[in-house]
Write a protein that binds this ligand. Sequence first.
Ligand code: PEP
Length: 253
Amino acid sequence: MRRQMVAGNWKMHGSRAANQALLAELEMSLKAEWPIDIVVFPPYVYLGDAVRMLEDGRIAVGAQDVCAESGGAFTGQVSAHMLKDVGCSFCLVGHSERRRWYHEEDALVARKFAAALEAGLTPVLCVGETLDEREAKQTEAVIARQLDAVIATHGVGGFARAILAYEPVWAIGTGRTASPEQAQAVHSFLRDRIHLQDAKIARHLRILYGGSVKAGNAAELFSMPDVDGGLVGGASLSAEEFQQICAAAAVRH
Ligand code: PEP
């Protein structure tokens, strides 16, 4: 059985004091004995604080993005090696907000995925369709394209050390969640696609669902056989709600 994971994407929210308070609350409320993996993704500038405050290792720390280049004259960017150096173990790649607002295309996302792996980080590759694409029945074509761009560039092998996250764009920050059956259908499609290339990697790959996961809907989403936890945005900004989501994941392990 795959171990469930709950990841909190804090996006560009909070202040140093607010995020430290949130970390302190999380540290106290998340139970060490829960058989799940927990990761938080604070804004870049607070990563150092998070690593220091979470040094017992119960909660891992990740970055919300990474530069595809390994170093050099790339003003404003942060490399995968730098993230590793400050104590991160994960990074998101291809989040729909990066694809939409910063025009990140599949080829760049694939290079970021490779940069993360090369530095020893675990990339969390985000894929998902817009509402228009879903209504035009293009969901599978879109997520296959996003996934295949990474496989085509680097082979399927990288997924032995990566996480996949299905995040329908129409469900992110909208309060509109995919039904458990909709999520399961896409997760199973993704796993089958990996299975075509490598059955063992497909069996072990964790596929998280993201898009308005909350305490009230986490248990039914996580009960689906191919949903291995959640990538949580808004609800991860409340320690109490995040803790309840983690508790729901801990029940199905
Ligand atoms: C996200 O930011 O990845 C996300 C899923 O956000 P929310 O839970 O707020 O929809």
